[in-house]
Design a protein around this ligand. Sequence first.
Ligand SMILES: *Cc1c(COP(=O)(O)O)cnc(C)c1O
Length: 380
Amino acid sequence: MTQAIAINNNHKLDLKPLAMPERLLLGPGPSNAHPAVLTAMNTSPVGHLDPTFLTLMDEIQSLLRYVWQTSNSLTIAVSGTGTAAMEASIANVVEAGDVVLIGVMGYFGNRLVDMAGRYGADVRVITTPWGQVFSLDQLKEALETHRPRILALVHAETSTGARQPMEGVAELCEKYNTLLLIDTVTSLGGVPIFLDEWGVDLAYSCSQKGLGCPPGASPFTMSSRAMEKLQNRPTKVENWYLDMNLLGKYWGSERVYHHTAPINMYYALRESLRLIAEEGIENCWQRHQQNVEYLWESLESIGLKMHVEKQYRLPTLTTVCIPEGIDGKAFARKLLDEYNLEIGGGLGELAGKVWRVGLMGYNSRPEVVDNFVDVLKKVL
Ligand SMILES: *Cc1c(COP(=O)(O)O)cnc(C)c1O
């Protein structure tokens, strides 16, 4: 059924009902949503203050505490993508002039630098080559030098495929009275995280990577220490939409209207978290690890090399070195056009050097690995 629809007087668009291709999304995100999550989304919205919806919000909070292994009372979903939750972390605790130390080991560390600067932070940066991580000694030395109010690290750097070890970091932060903020956008659901055990004060994530949900509702949590800093601010949070003083009243017992929640996104998030709870978070981590090891072996068996040293590789995202003489971009385009299969290219220092292959959430399955490696064998 084709119908030419006139818009803006003289402009005509040939609009058909929506028909998008079925892609296998093995890039850095979004990943394919679990079918049950899509079914949950396809449910009529209720009102955002409907008692059944408020119950669903409570369930999201409990489930997020479970997948993150935290008891933080302020644990919610931000209406927006991971970047909105990232901005919420910065906006609520950074006050003008605060020294914020940021570990930059790739693209997303740089995004934190830009954001913290916009909120008036006195930003200090430490860096690693892309694909490497910080040692405890490096972090200790930097904390000693800069004495920051906040240390921000990217737990899973999606631009490089490296996982920053978190053991021992909180003990260092405690010594310098530093709040610890971590980006878990590409780790939540797929990589073991123990927020409370690790002494993390602020963390955020997204829905479309390890949780197997479409993008649009993003987990956020803050500890009572971070809450205290927020409550002692002499100035208002500069970002109204992401102000946790206000959002906490909608998610907490007061249920005060703040914004209209993206109802169906919350249905999706709730369903994706329920599926993880049903599987068991430890089993979910183990599944990601097993399938990625199978991917690495399969890729090595056809002569490909990984960019990151094995012990620091992420189970959710692998950077694969592009073999000599292959145009990485054209190759990825061919996979998309001819096999409906998406992988990512390199960013920044790794542009043109690696492909980024995600096995996240619902896509972390052995048959997906087989399918991908078969296609690679054909095309390479
Ligand atoms: C994807 C990603 C983000 C941004 O999330 P969006 O949902 O794209 O806004 C932030 N940090 C990391 C590490 C990511 O991988």
